[in-house]
Design a protein around this ligand. Structure first.
Ligand code: ADP
Ligand code: ADP
Ligand code: ZN
Length: 214
């Protein structure tokens, strides 16, 4: 059995970047609600009687997509995975309770990063329009500007990485997701890693942490 890893942290902490490392090193599946929702931004959810009719309308504003939509995505992905790194979920306490009923976890990692650094990381982030790989205009440049190293796809800026949506996402994090980190913090499986280190520094700590349970 491959390890079951939960990766927590604010937007821009490096969850997506480090998840790619975990996939290569430990053979786990990357289960990320952000990517799953981006692939379904135009899905018709009007029959749920919510504020907006598609996930994209919540996402572009930096708001949370309603729990029913997100829980279903995660439940489906986790049942078919042999080991996973779960990234971007749970983002509120109701989702955390839902996760308890779906699976157990081998390790729960929280990446901590200061708010100023998060704004710099998010506004400079570029993502591959084909495969979703993350880059940064300063901190993690591709070999050729604007082109994905992994697949040759075009690098673009996410709609919600503009400054205004970034500020809103950080507020949503403080209000909804910080309590989730608090909720897990006294578990035996919980480990906090300094996410403000270099990419390599964070990876060294993360690899050592997962090695202990793998
Ligand atoms: P980041 O990695 O920068 O934090 P994500 O790609 O995880 O951003 O998420 C992008 C957007 O997708 C969020 O701002 C939110 O609108 C939606 N989203 C992702 N995961 C969830 C979730 N677990 N619950 C509700 N909305 C979510
Ligand atoms: P998350 O999935 O948590 O929102 P990402 O992995 O997408 O975060 O990282 C956000 C941005 O910060 C990306 O542009 C990424 O290249 C960059 N980044 C990630 N980790 C680091 C780090 N340790 N130091 C500097 N930049 C980083
Ligand atoms: Zn790519």
């Amino acid at each position: 059995m491959n390890p079951k890893i939960l990766l927590l942290g604010p937007p821009g902490a490096g969850k997506g970047t480090q998840s790619s490392n975990l996939v290569s090193e430990f053979g786990v599946e990357h289960v990320t609600t952000g990517d799953a929702l981006r692939a379904n931004k135009e899905m018709d959810i009007s029959d749920l009687g919510l504020e907006y009719d598609t996930p994209g309308e919540y996402m572009d504003r930096g708001e949370l997509v309603p729990d029913d939509v997100v829980n279903a995505i995660v439940e489906k992905a986790l049942t078919s995975a042999d080991g996973f790194v779960l990234d971007g979920y749970p983002r509120n306490l109701d989702q955390a309770e839902e996760l308890e009923s779906m699976t157990d976890l081998d390790v729960i990692v929280s990446l901590s990063v200061s708010e100023d650094e998060l704004v710099d990381r998010l506004t400079g982030r570029r993502v591959c329009s084909e495969c979703g790989e993350n880059y940064h205009v300063e901190f993690d440049q591709p070999e050729e500007a604007g082109v994905c190293d992994a697949c040759g796809g075009e690098l673009i800026q996410r709609e919600d990485d503009r400054e205004e949506a970034v500020r809103n996402r950080l507020e949503v994090f403080a209000e909804n997701t910080e309590p989730v980190i608090e909720y897990y913090s006294d578990r035996e499986e919980f480990v906090e890693i300094d996410g403000e280190q270099s990419l390599e520094g964070v990876w060294a700590d993360l690899q050592a942490t997962v090695d202990e349970v793998a």
